[in-house]
Design a protein around this ligand. Sequence first.
Ligand code: PMP
Length: 439
Amino acid sequence: MQERVRSAQLYEEAKKHIVGGVNSPSRSFKAVGGGAPVFMKRAEGAYFWDADGNRYIDYLAAFGPIITGHAHPHVTEAIVRAARNGTLYGTATEGEITLARMLKEAIPSMDKVRFVNSGTEAVMTTIRVARAATKRNKIVKFAGCYHGHSDLVLVAAGSGPSTLGIPDSAGIPVSIASEVITVPFNELDGLKLALERWGDDVAAVMVEPIVGNFGMVMPKPGFLEGVCRLAREAGALVIYDEVITAFRFHYGSTQTFSAAFPDLAAIEPDLTALGKIIGGGLPIGAYGGRREVMEQVAPLGPAYQAGTMAGNPASVAAGIACLEVLREPGVYARMESLATRLTGGLAESAARYGVPLTINRIVGAFSTHFCDHPVTNYDEAQDTDGELFARFFREMLERGVYLAPSKYEAWFLTTAHTDADIDATLEAAEASFKAIGQG
Ligand code: PMP
């Protein structure tokens, strides 16, 4: 049993000053039995150390960005070098060109790029740009996909909002919510109906091409093609939210992930939203797309978007360094091989103790759903045992393994995880499944 006295003290103090004691609701432990979240003090490679000095193997990876592990020397050095030269200028810099070029080379559908500060901002702006380009108002999104916390997309939102039981956030005027149409993921009938009814006023269909926010969910064969075809027939743009997926499964995005989806190579969205990994652990977001669509954006066009912090030199330097690490041969294959061994072992342990478990793995990322049915859409992801997940989460935490405190979030491997980490995690999982199971 680990002692977390200091975390408990810090939580009491934090609650006096910070709403809910956390600066992002997904960090709270509300959905996993409540109480103090763990306050981390330091991180290196695949490990966290908390305020009481306990060590954890980290599978949160900060909800995705930390793909090279914590404090990777190449990334850290780039950040330090950038900071020494001044942290923000409010002017253009050469580093922004370098990172933009790297993104464009990896994701050819992006003729032009603009940097912002978060995935939320990136998505929010793609919607504005799509509306400007089409002179239409509505957007279609898929149930359970999470696209950040801007007004239009906090309807049927997965990830944190679903975890906390508020998929439709308060504070969003009906007039705005009525501009969003939500349809089920992985089937085309809902989308078809929506476009038949409202197609004339739909500016864009937005999708997480591989879902990361109600677990990891693959699009069924033909689904994304269908989405793009139906959207374009209706005169709407296609927005891919690749905030999680870009550079997660290979050096590129879902759009260029032809090894897994031979039929996907030809699909190019009109706009793409990016974030997380492309900032190497510092705040960043980016959006990009077809030249004529992107030229709607000020100063070239009438759609306004700006940012004091945008393209800040430290984030850009960290992003470039992170992508340089990911460009090394064999990086993704190694994460995949570790993840494959890990998910294989988790499935065996769960089965041994009669714990129902469905695992969705894609390369080095996967989700664990406590259920005995496949998870291919939001309804199926909701229909899983959150109580059992919470108990598993607590058991793993006690054994020094840190998972996201939500049944909807993924486990992320990093380039820092080792075979020994997988062994230790499987040992912890064996004991955890035994504790919660009937075997
Ligand atoms: N889109 C997707 C697919 C995401 O997963 C997230 C964050 N989890 C966002 C957008 C929002 O990004 P941020 O938290 O950086 O605002």
